[in-house]
Ligand binder design. Structure first.
Ligand code: SF4
Ligand code: SF4
Length: 174
């Protein structure tokens, strides 16, 4: 990791995380490392380390945390959360960091692409002839107008990200 630029540290980040659902207990952490030792993602990618991420948040490293890939790598398995001796809700904290990133317009490209598909189709794939096949075996049709889902995405701020990707894809197809 590169040297910390103390000029860029932002202590309001800790407060923002504490005030976001899931992040409330972050200051209980005493850096024992149990979460890092339990994390299956860390076994594959050293740069993802929940203890380090928590430490970076506590230091106020807003940009480094929110603009990094690793916030998006958490699988949500909760192995860390179940073992933390301090009861830090680490899985929920990782979700809180993603939510803060989205609020600031930062979404990992892999998730942004998925959001675009959900915005377009209401799911991760086009329904296509699936409804005809469902009807043939007596199943109800899947609604093809994802208006409610789009509303949810718009209300959470993900809609903007999805629409940007859709716009880029459409202009690339012209
Ligand atoms: S297990 Fe809990 S106390 Fe230990 S480093 Fe992780 S979050 Fe902090
Ligand atoms: S919930 Fe996330 S941070 Fe915790 S062990 Fe699983 S992958 Fe690692």
């Amino acid at each position: 990791m590169s040297t910390i630029d103390t000029e860029k540290l932002d202590m309001s980040f800790v407060e923002e995380v504490k005030n976001t659902p899931g992040g409330e207990l972050i200051t209980r952490c005493f850096a024992c490392g149990t979460c890092a030792a339990s994390c299956p993602v860390r076994e594959f990618d050293e740069k993802f380390n929940p203890r380090r991420i928590i430490h970076m948040v506590l230091l106020g490293m807003r940009d480094e945390v929110l603009q990094s890939d690793f916030v998006w790598l958490c699988s949500g398995c909760a192995a860390c959360q179940e073992r933390c001796p301090q009861g830090v809700t680490i899985t929920d904290l990782m979700m809180a960091l993603k939510n803060i990133a989205v609020k600031h317009g930062i979404v990992h490209n892999a998730f942004a692409m998925q959001a675009a598909e959900v915005y377009r189709y209401g799911r991760l794939y086009e329904v296509g002839d699936l409804n005809d096949r469902r009807e043939k075996i007596g199943l109800p049709r899947i609604p093809e107008e994802p208006e409610q889902i789009r509303q949810i995405l718009d209300d959470t701020g993900v809609g903007e990200v999805a629409k940007k990707i859709i716009g880029e894809q459409e202009s690339g197809n012209e």
